[in-house]
Design a protein around this ligand. Sequence first.
Ligand code: SF4
Length: 318
Amino acid sequence: MHIILVNPRGFCAGVNRAVQTLEEVVTRFFDKKIFVYHEIVHNTYVVNRFMALGVQFIFSLNAVPEYSVVMFSAHGVSPQIREEAVKKSLKVIDATCPLVSRVHQAVKSYVEKGYHVIYIGHAGHDEAVGTVGEAPQQITVISSEQEARNLTHQRTQNNLPYKDLRLACLMQTTLSITQTEQIVNILREQFPNIEISDKNTCYATRNRQEAVQILAKQADTALVIGSVNSSNSRRLCEIAEQQGIVSRLIDGADEINPQWFSGKETVLITAGASAPEHVVQSCLARLHAFFDVSFEEVVVREENVVFSLPSEIIQYCE
Ligand code: SF4
């Protein structure tokens, strides 16, 4: 078996920042209960590791005692959650990825200028929920080409025809780049004056998808390491499939079934932006245990993006 290990893969700068922040918080507030609103990142290994350290992941602030330490995950939160946290005098440490915050800012800016925002994303995903919460009445969420086409004949929640509005388009950071471009093209055809924001781009999503798109052509099958609720990991799996190979999303090495590789010579391995490198290495070790393996790591694009940790960490410890 020949393994092509994709580079870039795994942790992006936003995930690195969130995980390092929580590590700092756990160390500095070792004598306090730490709450994290939503999974810190969508990865079973990362979440389980912090749970073992006593971190409590929550989906509502209701049960959190006043003055507690609460972290917001990399996916961001709505203004309503921020207000609730202020009312309870919570010590908030905000690990929202700066690229997600940039989309929130763009939504606010468009809405202030009187635009209605078409948001391409998955309704219900943590990131989409937080972003839409910035202006729920002035945002419409769509996730497919058909939904984009339907808008021509539809009206907003405020009963206004879309064609009569100043429209702007923003999107979730972890979508398929090519699928999103197709939806954007349909929006442009229907609403020639729609403004497409340039604040959506996430270098990590683009780079990981581009690398799989290029390298999957050289492989017979693909393993994508990441959790099922990780949007960007699922997109990587789909992109490999679009290149005509069977692609499997796995959380970790235990799930690997040697029969998957019967008749396969070349296996592509990558990892979603929230999957830790030690899980990738344990998957490689398991394949080594089963097969006679040759191995190459192919760098499609260099990455050097680093985000500094939230300043609140220092503030609350002084
Ligand atoms: S995938 Fe992009 S937007 Fe999401 S956390 Fe990583 S860097 Fe930030």
